[in-house]
Design a protein around this ligand. Structure first.
Ligand SMILES: Nc1ncnc2c1ncn2[C@@H]1O[C@H](COP(=O)(O)OP(=O)(O)OP(=O)(O)O)[C@@H](O)[C@H]1O
Ligand SMILES: [Mg+2]
Length: 361
């Protein structure tokens, strides 16, 4: 167990800025996830922590001590890759023992430690199998066993589940988290799957173009995104246009006053609302005091089992998507039917209208 401090890390490839002034503090024993779109710098940051390349500026401390200049094999870091990177021609047992032999651990200790870690990843009965005799999920667990058997202070995982089918990903997600908790090992996990990040992490760190956008608990990331990029990358958002009169912003689609900000123009503010917070009711409905009523028409309703997805178009021509428990009264409405979309004022979020515009109000 160890804390990890990443201080002012900058990494260039030629003139591409892969990481720009990254500052992160990872508490000992926690599960920390880097989440972001392809090319945002996740792998580059993991490789920097692992010591596979040098940064252009900044430093990394493990338990308060700089690891500057330490080569990868002396950093006490275990790494699990997307493509497992297990040796195909040797048994599960020998794969797991590899790092211990390299470190000249006593043979009698090796067999005990390998057996113990294979129990943890529930592969005790598979020690003598060859990698090609295992399923994808089992191979991934061999990769994990290999990384943790050396008892690293820090475990780094780069999209370890991305080669697996959807069902197995979900099963292994829970299992990875259990193993991480049992071992209490500080973990930096990389994914571009938002659901995986929210489900597994103590802290989710959203990255975009080499810059950290927000690092917070899964709940805070979802409920209180600090900027527009985070709001749209994690979960879905509807955006509604605003008009401005005398420093007051109103929803174009309903006329309701929603926001007070003298310093901005209407086009400079984006108003966002999550689909699951919208309520669609048939016909004309009077809103409660905390709600805003938006007149709209049904564009499409899809009943997807547990939920229904209702796409509406406001009279002003804006599409709004809502997600709710199935309601036969709505599902049976014909396309083009008049409905009211009800929005709670508290569920509206306002951002500067640029791609990474900060939250305002
Ligand atoms: N060896 C390299 N040489 C030049 N540019 C590189 C190199 N490796 C990565 N890059 C660039 O640095 C940026 C960050 O790449 P990185 O691999 O860290 O992204 P990532 O977030 O891991 O993406 P993905 O989700 O696709 O794996 C990208 O613009 C990429 O093209
Ligand atoms: Mg990557």
């Amino acid at each position: 167990m160890a804390s990890v401090e990443i201080k002012g890390i900058r990494k260039l490839y030629g003139d591409v800025v892969a990481l720009s002034d990254i500052n992160i503090s990872i508490p000992s024993g926690s599960f920390f996830t880097l989440l972001g779109p392809s090319g945002c710098g996740k792998t580059t940051l993991l490789r920097t922590i692992a010591g596979f390349h040098d940064q252009n500026a900044g430093r990394i401390e493990v338990d308060g001590k700089s690891i500057e200049g330490l080569p990868a094999y002396r950093r006490d870091v275990g790494m699990v890759f997307q493509d497992y990177a297990i040796f195909p021609h040797i048994s599960v047992r020998d794969n797991v023992a590899f790092g211990l032999r390299q470190r000249k651990v006593l043979a009698s200790d090796i067999s005990k430690r390998v057996a113990d870690v294979l129990e943890v990843v529930q592969l005790g009965a598979f020690a003598d199998r060859m990698p090609h005799e295992l399923s994808g999920g089992q191979q991934q667990r061999v990769g994990l066993a290999r990384a943790v058997v050396i008892r690293p202070k820090v475990l780094l995982m780069d999209e370890p589940l991305s080669n697996l089918d959807a069902r197995l990903r979900v099963d292994l997600r829970a299992e990875l988290r259990r193993i991480q908790r049992d071992l209490g090992i500080t973990t930096v996990y990389v994914t571009h799957d938002q659901e995986e990040a929210l489900a597994m992490s103590d802290t989710v760190c959203v990255m975009h173009q080499g810059v950290i956008q927000q690092a917070a608990s899964p709940l805070d990331i979802y409920l209180r995104p600090e900027n527009r990029f985070v709001a749209t990358f994690v979960g879905a958002c509807n955006f509604m246009s605003l008009s401005k009169e005398g420093g007051q912003f109103s929803l174009k689609s309903s006329g309701a006053r929603v926001f007070d900000a003298a310093g901005f123009n209407a086009t400079e503010i984006a108003c966002a609302v999550r689909p699951e917070t919208l309520r669609v009711a048939s016909g004309h409905v009077t809103p409660s005091p905390e709600e805003i009523a938006i007149p709209a028409k049904i564009l499409d309703v899809s009943f997807i089992g547990r939920e229904m997805e209702v796409l509406t178009i406001t009279d002003g021509g804006e599409q709004l998507k809502s997600l709710a428990r199935p309601d036969p009264a709505i599902i049976e409405l014909a396309n083009g039917s008049s409905v009211t979309v009800l929005v709670k004022r508290d569920d509206l979020a306002f951002f500067e209208a640029t791609e990474v515009g900060r939250r305002v109000g």
